[in-house]
Design a protein around this ligand. Structure first.
Ligand SMILES: NC(=O)c1ccc[n+]([C@@H]2O[C@H](COP(=O)([O-])OP(=O)(O)OC[C@H]3O[C@@H](n4cnc5c(N)ncnc54)[C@H](OP(=O)(O)O)[C@@H]3O)[C@@H](O)[C@H]2O)c1
Length: 272
């Protein structure tokens, strides 16, 4: 599995397993299956309510913790100093681990000052309980403020061929912040796009694999979610083929600038 180096110095595997809406026994079985076929990077969050199941699966799989990369996220209502500490402790206990490889602020929350959130994150980082600090759903304005309080290694944001956030991604790159593409398959909506299917045919690959390869060639990390054996396997088969420059440009042309994920509490309109 290829990796990229984060600002913190740690390496993140380029493909991870998304786990939003993966719960109960299905979650336990999927995580065990995924580890068995070679996934080493798992993306979860306290809000996904599946951390105990993931913890169980990790234990039952007998996986070597030091070979895994686990990301979790603190929910936007838990961003006061003591709440961050408590949420992190609960996450570590649920997952059955002593540390997280990456801990993200899941969504910005303008009603809680970032200074206290990042003070708490810096404390748990210095205690070795998290190896890298990151954020999710942050705009450039949020990032400018966050960077005054902590070393931000990652911004996890929505990116897929129908929604490419060019300016935000360039800002991240210029500031050494890696980007993880969430909903990298557009939650499945991208997969009937005839352009992606046609390009897939050129390489005997699926539209899903074309989406993921396009993201990797853009220098992004991708975390597709699947519970299906065949999809889990094919989403890992990314590193022995590549898209041509013309194919990359054709996929760039699919951008419609329309988000899929836009809850009421999002602060995507924050520009200053
Ligand atoms: N930070 C945030 O606010 C945030 C927001 C959204 C998502 N995320 C993270 O990003 C992860 C991925 O995003 P997502 O779950 O929204 O959607 P996604 O990964 O874009 O799409 C998942 C859908 O695609 C299907 N699929 C996966 N691989 C496939 C393949 N090879 N061929 C055909 N279909 C395939 C899955 O069905 P099958 O199960 O049948 O394969 C599922 O229906 C989440 O699980 C979560 O970890 C983070």
């Amino acid at each position: 599995m290829q990796t990229i180096k984060l600002k913190s110095g740690n390496e993140i595997p380029l493909i991870g397993l998304g786990t939003w809406q993966m719960t109960g026994q299905e979650c336990v079985e999927t995580i065990k299956k995924a580890i068995d076929i070679g996934y080493i990077h798992i993306d979860t969050a306290e809000a996904y309510r599946n951390q105990k199941e993931i913890g169980r699966a990790l234990k039952e799989s007998g996986a070597d913790r030091s070979k895994l990369f686990i990301t979790s996220k603190v929910w936007l209502e838990n961003l006061k100093h003591d709440d961050v500490i408590e949420a992190c402790e609960q996450t570590l206990s649920d997952l059955g681990t002593d540390y997280l490889d990456l801990y993200l602020v899941h969504w910005p929350n303008k009603s809680i000052h970032m200074e206290e959130t990042f003070k708490a994150l810096n404390e748990i980082y210095n205690q070795g309980k998290i190896k890298s600090i990151g954020v999710s759903n942050f705009t450039i304005a949020h990032l400018r403020e966050a960077m005054q309080h902590a070393e931000i290694s990652m911004n996890q944001i929505e990116v897929h061929p129908h929604f490419y956030q060019d300016e935000l991604i360039s800002f991240c790159k210029d500031n050494g912040i890696a980007v993880t593409a969430y909903s990298p398959l557009g939650r499945g909506d991208e997969l009937s796009d005839p352009v992606l299917e046609k390009i897939g045919d050129n390489h005997s690959k699926s539209a899903a694999q074309v989406c993921l390869r396009w993201l990797l060639q853009k220098g992004l990390v991708a975390i597709p979610k699947s519970t299906d054996d065949k999809h889990l396997k094919s989403n890992l088969q990314m590193f022995d083929w590549e898209l041509t420059e013309d194919e990359m440009s054709e996929i760039d042309g699919l951008n419609k600038g329309e988000r899929i994920i836009e809850p009421d509490f999002a602060e995507f309109d924050r520009t200053e």
